[in-house]
Design a protein around this ligand. Structure first.
Ligand SMILES: Cc1cc2nc3c(=O)[nH]c(=O)nc-3n(C[C@H](O)[C@H](O)[C@H](O)COP(=O)(O)OP(=O)(O)OC[C@H]3O[C@@H](n4cnc5c(N)ncnc54)[C@H](O)[C@@H]3O)c2cc1C
Ligand code: FES
Length: 529
């Protein structure tokens, strides 16, 4: 494990985190000035910064954690224009022209990553390969989903063919759609290379530099937690989940946890291809070559953040699925989870930040294709800043209203309504003595709910269970040892309460809980900020 990579999103470690040497950058401790300040150093922020410095623009990137503290560290690294949302859905939502633009933009994103690898000599194992969409087990129906997708993908301009099966050890999946010229890479070797290139080209990157305020207009810039300020002409919020928007954009996307297991493989035993199925939630598969061997990555089991009581089970389910379909797979080396933001109409929100002046930009709504969405964000935002226009501006406009997505909007926003009432219900446990090492539970004390976690050493960590975003009660995530909010996906470290994912702008406050006696059971706990 590279000591430079802190597990800032939770307790698990991805294959990429374990096999990357991340460049180290100094925190920003004094005021600075740049033409553009980019907040967040995931693939979206770094691609934007790279495009800008290549165009001669003076850029400062500020990142809350070390490099690789976000979701890019937790990806599986499929690079596709064959999107995980069906093209027939995108066509319904955005029209035939919109679906064609979406296909084109994701293809350009994969080409851009390939081009950057060549231009900056980034050794990240980028390689073109076939992608196969297969039918999920037990899925039948009058109209075959593969046929519908075949027709829609062709109308969207993709090269696609029907095949009897994928090759080699993937044959057992049967009839498939083959999408040529997809790709895979080592995600963190790529972003580490991007960061080095930005620095060599004169861009300034600062890690351990948390931004707490964004301003647009004539006094644009970003204010850090330590008081330092980056004054800039343009601000790009590439924090995956925007922290500067309280609600509007968060009603148009929903946070899901997704799970991955990496099983060791003998090289060559499984074809170097991408594969995903038509189930919901679906499985996604690829081979990864890292410096410690060859791995079969199997992902899926997506669940809405904070609404899943037994997340560790998903690793077991994925492992048994992997062993059933790939009996040659060896031991499990890594298990990790991460967060994806599902936009209600299938496409990211990339461009001008609604509710802010025109010189503030946002990249969010990454979906399961967030690596290409993040790259498209870099292309759109840099074009808007340098040229004032992008061919994809309207398609990805964050303020768009997709009328045909109204059903999805209602489904996602009604889904968490019951959770708003949880603060009046009983707690998960009656007393702290019931909590074992490694366990977390919500406890009621009088009018308050307490998020209680006992670490492996037996020490108790107590925080308010009320999410600072809009007040839902957080739920314990045993896979990542975090407190996850079921309403809009904010997440918090179970030990120190610090914020892992927005939209909450700060962490859970620590509390002291008096011993549960008849008197104290009704008394509210004192809250330490
Ligand atoms: C398990 C999993 C598998 C996936 N597989 C694929 C795949 O195969 N293909 C694909 O295309 N996509 C995939 N995705 C999605 C994709 O990995 C992500 O969408 C993408 O990496 C997100 O990039 P980003 O730059 O938007 O966000 P991040 O990588 O999260 O970067 C945002 C950065 O902003 C920083 N930040 C946050 N708040 C602040 C602040 N206040 N101040 C300063 N910095 C801040 C964070 O620390 C973080 O480093 C997967 C995701 C997961 C979780
Ligand atoms: S994330 Fe919105 S209430 Fe918690």
């Amino acid at each position: 494990m590279n000591e430079n990579l802190s597990n800032r999103d939770g307790a698990s470690t991805s294959l990429w985190m374990a096999t990357t040497d991340a460049p180290v950058f100094a925190p920003l401790s004094a005021d600075a000035h740049a033409r553009v300040v980019v907040v967040g150093a995931g693939i979206a922020g770094l691609t934007t910064a790279w495009r800008l410095v290549r165009a001669g623009v003076d850029v400062v990137v500020v990142e809350e954690h070390d490099l690789h503290g976000g979701q890019t560290a937790r990806t599986t690294g499929h690079l596709c224009d064959a999107l995980d949302d069906r093209y027939y859905d995108l066509e319904y939502l955005h029209g035939e022209h919109g679906a064609r633009l979406a296909a084109h933009s994701h293809g350009v994103a994969v080409d851009t990553i390939e081009h950057i690898c060549q231009q900056e000599r980034i050794e990240c194992g980028f390689r073109r390969c076939d992608g196969f969409l297969v039918r999920g087990a037990g899925k039948t129906g009058d109209v075959d989903e593969l046929d519908r997708e075949f027709e829609a993908a062709r109308r969207a301009g993709l090269q696609v063919e029907r095949v009897a099966s994928p090759p080699g050890a993937m044959r057992r999946f049967g009839p498939a759609l083959r999408f040529p010229k997809q790709a895979r890479f080592h995600a963190l070797e790529y972003t580490a290379g991007l960061a080095r290139a930005i620095a060599q080209l004169g861009g300034r990157i600062h890690t351990q530099s948390r931004v707490v305020g964004i301003d647009g207009g004539s006094n644009a810039g970003a204010t850090l937690e330590n008081g330092a300020r980056v004054q800039a002409e343009q601000v790009v919020v590439a924090t995956n989940v925007p922290f500067n928007d309280r609600l509007a954009i968060h009603t148009k996307q929903a946070a899901y946890r997704t799970y991955v297991v990496a099983l060791r493989l003998d090289p060559g035993s499984v074809p170097d291809a991408l594969l995903w199925d038509t189930l919901d939630p679906y499985h996604y598969v690829r081979i990864a070559h890292a410096r410690n061997g060859t791995w079969l990555l199997v992902g899926g089991e997506d669940r809405k953040t904070g609404q899943d009581d037994a997340p560790l089970i998903h690793y077991e389910v994925l492992e048994s699925w992997a062993r059933e379909h790939f009996p040659m797979a060896l031991d499990v080396g890594y298990r990790w989870s991460g967060q994806v933001l599902e936009p209600i109409d299938g496409l990211g929100f990339l461009g001008h930040n609604p509710g802010f002046a025109d010189n503030v930009y946002v990249a969010t709504g990454d979906s399961g294709n967030g690596l290409t969405h993040g790259t498209i964000a870099g292309l759109i935002v840099a074009d808007l800043i340098v040229d004032g226009e992008s061919p994809w501006r309207a398609l990805y406009a964050p303020n768009r209203r997709t009328l045909r997505a109204a059903d999805n909007y209602l489904k996602e926003n009604l889904n968490f309504v019951p959770y708003y009432g949880e603060w009046v219900s009983a707690g998960d446990i009656e007393g702290l003595d019931l909590l074992q090492a490694g366990e977390g539970a919500v406890l009621r004390r009088g009018l308050h709910k307490i998020a209680a976690f006992r670490d492996d050493g037996g020490e108790l960590h107590l925080h308010t269970a009320t999410c600072p975003h809009l007040g839902c009660v957080v739920h314990f995530n045993e896979a990542e040892r975090s407190w996850d909010c079921p309403c809009h996906g904010s997440r918090f470290d179970a030990r120190d309460g610090s914020r892992l994912n927005g939209p909450a702008t700060h962490g859970l406050a620590a509390v002291d809980v008096p011993a549960p006696s008849p008197e104290t059971a009704r008394a509210p706990p004192s809250v330490r900020m």
